[in-house]
Design a protein around this ligand. Structure first.
Ligand code: FMN
Length: 86
């Protein structure tokens, strides 16, 4: 993890937020000084409190405004969106 400045954290929305396994992932690493970019798929719900939850778990990180995508979003659309961070 130490070699990355920007970390994309992607997950499905479960019950209006990130799944608990994502919280476990966030707790497992030091994100201090990094930019974390959350993104999610869902059946229709938005990101809910996901970004705020990630911020709590990675206090030293800059959590970027997250974005929710439809579950069937094509890879090229995701790539276009991701480019702004790279
Ligand atoms: C346990 C569970 C909870 C879910 N909760 C939500 C929800 O609150 N809002 C929503 O729009 N979709 C919800 N979904 C739908 C998932 O977000 C959707 O299936 C997922 O983004 C598609 O990715 P996947 O193909 O990796 O499952 C839920 C799905 C599961 C299995």
């Amino acid at each position: 993890m130490a070699q990355y400045d920007v970390v994309f954290v992607g997950f499905p929305i479960w019950w209006y937020r990130e799944p608990s396994v994502i919280d476990t992932f966030m707790e497992a690493y030091d994100f201090g000084g990094k930019t974390v970019v959350p993104f999610a798929t869902s059946g229709g719900s938005g990101m809910g409190d996901s970004a705020a939850n990630l911020q709590t778990l990675a206090a030293g990180a800059k959590i970027a405004a997250g974005r929710r995508f439809d579950a069937n979003t094509p890879a090229d659309k995701l790539a276009d969106w991701a480019k702004q961070w790279l």
